[in-house]
Design a protein around this ligand. Structure first.
Ligand code: G1P
Length: 306
């Protein structure tokens, strides 16, 4: 049974400075919710009821977002603002949210190891990286959980990336034919490499930040030496597991937004707002009416930069 979602949220978010000097990047809004809320909601949709945030100094506001806020609730109740009251209370009821500190930034594998004391012995768990945003109604993680329950193997989300330079920013999988009884989009992962040099990637299948892992991965992480960038890499631990028996890769067949990147956060906001009845039509109308002006601004910016 898989019930825990581990969310590594200890990063400094330097790509969004100065916005992230005092505000964790996970709380930057996509429309009107912080990006991390979409990730927790995704985990809940996949049936996970227990969320462990792996945090660091300066990140306590993320826990606050998922906790009770009695003064705000009282103020909303006094004003008779039942709609906002339900939203604020609902956030605290979404899942059981715990936090553990990662004392030093020693890598994603090290962050996942911080969950060892929290996940029950023998139980699998999911890892969700907040930089990767799926659609607000995505059921992809549910498919990954089902694949883990069927096979007992580590299950890794994969995405095809054509651009070799972009591919080198990811873990990249070597894949083989799917395991017998595999579900749609599944492949067997026989090897992995973290951020291969441009031109040396073994395939065009990049790891994106969704994993469903067996408890055994903790033991492997303990034995995993620092890898790329001197950090303990989750990809290296998964590589060790893949050498014992193939892992399950599930190839993403829906949009994914990179909220760890300025352009990705913008496009996520546009894509998510466009599907909202209260915002979509007005947004699309504004974009259509202002396309020429936007193009002129971009042309001037290109000229100014050259
Ligand atoms: C991490 C993983 C990498 C994966 C990526 C997905 O890298 O180490 O294997 O492809 O997330 O977003 P990061 O982007 O945190 O450097």
């Amino acid at each position: 049974m898989v019930r825990t979602a581990v969310l590594p949220v200890a990063g400094l978010g330097t790509r969004f400075l100065p916005a992230t000097k005092a505000v964790p990047k996970e709380l930057l809004p996509v429309v009107d919710r912080p990006s991390v809320q979409y990730v927790v909601e995704e985990a809940v949709r996949a049936g996970l009821s227990d969320v462990l945030l792996v945090t660091a100094a300066g990140k306590a506001a993320i826990e606050d977002h998922f906790g009770r806020r009695l003064d705000l609730e009282a103020a909303l109740a006094a004003k008779g603002n039942d709609a906002d009251l339900a939203v604020v209370r609902g956030l605290a009821e979404l899942a059981t949210v715990h936090a553990v500190r990662q004392p030093e930034p020693l890598g994603l594998g090290h962050a996942v190891l911080m969950a060892e004391g929290h996940v029950r012995a023998g139980e699998g768990f999911a890892v969700l990286l907040g930089d990767d945003l799926l659609e607000p109604d995505s059921t992809f993680l549910g498919r990954m959980v089902a694949a883990h329950e069927r096979t007992g193997r580590a299950v890794v989300a994969l995405m095809r990336i054509d651009d070799p330079a972009a591919l080198s920013q990811y873990g990249v999988a070597t894949v083989a034919d799917p395991l017998p009884g595999a579900g749609p989009g599944e492949v067997a992962i026989v090897d992995l490499v973290e951020k291969p040099a441009v031109g040396s990637a073994p395939s065009d299948l990049a790891v994106i930040g969704r994993y469903v892992l067996p408890h055994d991965v903790f033991g492997v992480l303990h034995r995993t030496p620092p890898g790329r960038g001197g950090e303990i890499q989750l990809t290296d631990a998964l590589r060790t597991l893949a050498q014992e028996a193939p892992l399950v890769g599930v190839v993403l067949d829906e949009p994914r937004h990179d909220a760890g990147d300025r352009l990705g956060l913008l496009t996520a906001s546009l894509a998510f707002a466009a599907r909202r009845p209260d915002l979509g039509p007005a947004l699309v109308a504004w974009l259509s009416a202002n396309t020429d002006d936007l193009a002129a601004r971009a042309a001037a910016a290109t000229e100014g930069a050259s």
